[in-house]
Design a protein around this ligand. Structure first.
Ligand code: 5AD
Ligand code: SF4
Length: 395
């Protein structure tokens, strides 16, 4: 461990992948001797690990940057702040880095909107963060080349929680669902080698961790990255390997894509003693017309058959989903089909989102034509329906 008196504050938004990425970044910085603090005021370096999946997530980050701007050392910000508010901001000496999906989505444009940001690093380049902070003086640095993450970033040995952790199996996604920004900000699907994944799980076990969640945008499409002449391992084989690791008490995985989910997976879920009987299977819509527009690659009928098989084969299992309401051109009839499907299936949990257009996506080429009030109404209707179902299931 190197000597370094500087303190880092990291705040993150978004999915489990960002939770683990944030832990990885903290691990890399700790290795370089940086200290971690829980308040931005106490930090020399502020890192914001961001999410672009919905507009609302981005709005929260822009306001956070605004708040941090009041702590920034840059003359520009001090002057604007003084003009705007009449008060002199406290002189501080902080480096502000915007990391993750928004960094990749906006690149240089971040500096126009947020002059107090000193550097911008996309999700594929998080390994470069310690080097950038070391090099930073007053220059703005853009490091968003979209390279492949080096394997060693996953082996710093730093874990935020004592008992459970996430292990990334793959990064990015090649499905290009029409509404989704992930392939544009995290790149195409990049699988890790299964031996590296197993080694990481064993290292976590060595630190006393007994619960693992395997992470990927679409874990079912996992096929191990081939190194030399090793045979390739698919997701089902990976599950069997993890189940054999001594010291693991329980493990699970997220997220599954219906088109890559099979009865074989359910059989393996039923047979592996340590694997949690829990499946997160985003349906997104109950209308075949909307599913086709979303480029999801399955129909309502296919999804319903999966659910029937899952519940038949994996006893006492839990099922959750994601739903988007207000996709462009979603009619009352399309929405009704989603409503009926949620009512029929009775998910244990459902995460409901109002559609928002995302940069570069196919859906963003369509007019976002549903009025806000309609999106809000549909959102509330499904939310209330699911609340009732979840309550009934708990009793
Ligand atoms: N608008 C609304 N919700 C979205 N999601 C992804 N992209 C969008 C978008 N543009 C939702 C999907 C996905 C979850 C992680 O976020 O339901 O499964
Ligand atoms: Fe986005 Fe679709 Fe990939 Fe999920 S499967 S990350 S929704 S493109």
């Amino acid at each position: 461990m190197k000597e370094n008196k500087k303190k880092v504050y990291l705040k993150y938004w978004g999915c489990q992948m960002n939770v683990r990425d944030s832990e990885v970044i903290c691990g890399l910085l700790k290795k370089e001797g940086y200290g971690l603090v829980n308040e931005p005021d106490k930090a020399d370096i502020i890192l914001l690990n961001t999410c672009s999946v919905r507009e609302h997530a981005e709005d929260k980050v822009w306001s956070e940057i605004g708040r941090i701007g009041k702590l920034s050392p840059l003359d520009f910000v001090q002057k604007t702040h003084k003009i705007k508010t009449g008060e002199t901001p406290r002189p501080t000496n902080k480096i502000v880095g915007l990391v993750g999906c928004m960094a990749q989505a906006y690149k240089q444009k971040v500096f126009d909107r947020a002059p107090n940001v000193n550097f911008v690093v996309g999700p594929s380049d998080i390994d470069k963060i310690p080097g950038i902070i070391n090099r930073l003086s007053t220059t703005k640095i853009r490091e968003t080349e979209g390279t492949i993450r080096p394997e060693d970033i996953y082996h710093t040995g730093f874990y935020e929680k004592r008992n459970n952790t996430y292990v990334v199996v793959s990064e990015g996604c090649s499905n290009y669902c029409s509404y989704c920004v992930v392939p544009y900000v995290r790149g195409d699907l990049k699988n890790r080698n299964h031996k590296d994944i197993i080694r990481e799980v064993e290292e976590a076990v060595g630190k006393g961790i007994t619960k693992i969640t395997l992470l990927g945008q679409n874990v079912n499409a996992y096929l191990s990255k081939v190194i030399s002449s090793q045979p390739s391992v698919n997701f089902i084989e990976l599950l069997k390997l993890v189940n054999q690791i001594e010291g693991i008490e329980e493990f699970s995985f997220i997220t599954s894509h219906p088109k890559d989910t099979s009865v074989e997976l359910f059989r393996v879920m039923a047979s592996l003693g340590k694997l949690k009987k829990s499946l997160h299977l985003p349906i997104q819509s109950g209308s075949d017309r909307i599913l086709a527009m979303m480029n999801r690659g399955y129909t309502k009928k296919f999804y319903l058959e999966l659910v029937t098989n899952y519940r038949k084969i994996v006893k006492d299992s839990v099922l959750s989903t994601d739903i988007i309401v207000g996709y462009p051109q979603e009619t009352d009839k399309d929405f009704q089909e989603t409503f009926d499907l949620v009512k029929d299936i009775e998910f244990d949990a459902a995460y409901i989102f109002k559609y928002s257009a995302r940069p570069n996506t196919k859906a963003a080429e369509l007019a976002d034509d549903l009025p806000r009030a309609v999106k809000e109404k549909r959102h509330k209707i499904i939310l209330d329906l699911q609340k009732g179902i979840s309550k009934k299931k708990r009793c």
